[in-house]
Design a protein around this ligand. Structure first.
Ligand SMILES: NC(=O)c1ccc[n+]([C@@H]2O[C@H](COP(=O)([O-])OP(=O)(O)OC[C@H]3O[C@@H](n4cnc5c(N)ncnc54)[C@H](OP(=O)(O)O)[C@@H]3O)[C@@H](O)[C@H]2O)c1
Length: 262
């Protein structure tokens, strides 16, 4: 069946591979990215997803029912940056854009027969956590801590979204080390090192994207599914704690810059 698929962060890497596979199946694919890299056969919405107003703009441009929302957007920042909304960049792009797209597109997802959201991050990883005292990392910023915090925030986003009883099923997916995302690192030394490691140890992009392509055809039945490199993650893992998920949801929905959600 022809699906309507929205891919946030679909211009490169696993998002692009997912987009190409779904275009080849005849789907209506919408790709969102900040660079000018439209994909033949897809609608392209250029937007900076670290900006709340830009997220609102793309959500408003998507008016049709959405069968699948696949979330890939991320970029590592060695130095702390603040967005125009006064938020730490990694928190805004890697976590908040996914929170907002899931909630703002709720009517479009609810209008589809069998909707699914697939959040590609690092579920199953126990390192890192929410820095509750300082979620915007004004003190002691590091790229790794910011990435780990946003990764764990996405884990908790899946838990709270599923607990809220939306029609869309939620899939948290950790693809494992993949030959993608390597050009996104600003530091040339880090970039070179990662590329060398990737040549020997990383999975091909299409292989990591394959389960995502399949979930779009066959959304899991459970409200929340977590898969780490092909293996189910028990939902009892401490990084998926429902109390932490509710706490993060309360913090996020209380952010002053947030728009009204449907
Ligand atoms: N690669 C791995 O080994 C690995 C392992 C585990 C988890 N993951 C996770 O998997 C996801 C996808 O990774 P990938 O390797 O496919 O990365 P990637 O190739 O770097 O793709 C990232 C996507 O995010 C988009 N993006 C970046 N900044 C943006 C912005 N400000 N606004 C809108 N879009 C933006 C990029 O598009 P533009 O450049 O057009 O903005 C690109 O399409 C990430 O969340 C990553 O953390 C990756």
């Amino acid at each position: 069946m022809r699906k309507s698929v929205v891919i946030a962060g679909g211009t490169t890497g696993m998002g692009r591979a997912t987009a190409l596979a779904r275009i080849a199946r005849g789907d209506d694919v919408t790709v969102i990215g900040s660079s000018d890299r439209p994909l033949p056969g897809a609608r392209f919405l250029r937007a900076d997803l670290s900006s709340i107003s830009e997220i609102q703009r793309v959500a408003e441009a998507i008016t049709e029912p959405v069968d699948a929302l696949a979330l890939f957007a991320n970029r590592a920042r060695p130095k702390r940056r603040e967005t125009a909304d006064g938020l730490e960049f990694t928190f805004a792009l890697y976590y908040l854009s996914r929170y907002l797209l899931g909630h703002l597109l709720k009517p479009q997802l609810d209008a589809a027969p069998d909707p699914v959201i697939i959040n590609v991050a690092g579920v199953g990883t126990k390192a890192g956590g929410i820095n509750w005292e300082d979620p915007q990392m004004r003190e002691r910023y590091s790229m790794i801590r910011a990435q780990l915090q946003a990764g764990r925030a996405n884990d908790l986003l899946g838990v709270s979204f599923a607990a809220q009883g939306h029609r869309a099923r939620y899939v948290l997916y950790h693809p494992g080390f993949t030959r993608s995302g390597l050009d996104g690192h600003e530091n040339p030394v880090t970039r070179g090192l990662l590329k060398t490691l990737a040549r020997f140890f990383a999975r091909p992009v299409a292989e990591s994207a394959m389960p995502i392509v399949d979930w779009i055809d066959n959304p899991p039945a459970a409200p929340l599914t977590a898969i780490d490199r092909g293996k189910p993650v028990p939902l009892t893992l401490r990084t998926l704690d429902p109390a932490d998920a509710a706490r993060l949801d309360a913090y996020t929905s209380g952010l002053a810059a947030l728009p009204r959600l449907p």
